[in-house]
Design a protein around this ligand. Structure first.
Ligand code: AMP
Length: 115
């Protein structure tokens, strides 16, 4: 798997600017170039390149990442107004960073049509 800045975050070699959550298996941090008022990325600490590379044994971490997105949305006050949880997969899916990451985006209506 190709190295990337998110892999360096996961290994603890670099620290994202704004960490929102961390435990043994995942890290959540603000997107450096936010596409919405709230734009958080959640990555697993175990290296996984994308949804396309996911094994059945790794599926549990992805569900816990989605659950963490729900909790962060509640903490940040966007749960009631709604939000988007998404994974970009591969070149045609718009994935630029070759390390699995979940986007949590919300906070207004205006950003949606730009995606
Ligand atoms: P994707 O197109 O799904 O690969 O999205 C990658 C996201 O990572 C983009 O929204 C970038 O703005 C974001 N990003 C890239 N480098 C960093 C970084 N150092 N810290 C936080 N977010 C980043």
């Amino acid at each position: 798997m190709e190295d990337s800045i998110f892999a360096q975050f996961a290994r603890g070699e670099l620290r994202p600017d704004k960490v929102r959550f961390e435990n043994d298996e995942m890290l959540a941090f603000d997107d450096i170039n936010p596409a919405a008022p709230v734009h958080i990325l959640i990555i697993p600490k175990e290296p996984i390149a994308s949804v396309a590379e996911l094994t059945e044994a790794q599926a549990g971490i992805v569900s816990r990442m989605v659950y963490r997105a729900k909790l962060l949305a509640e903490e940040l006050g966007i749960a009631e107004s709604g939000y988007r949880v998404s994974f970009n997969v591969g070149k045609d899916g718009g994935q630029i960073v070759p390390y699995l990451h979940l986007h949590l985006m919300g906070g207004s209506h205006s950003w949606r049509d730009r995606q």
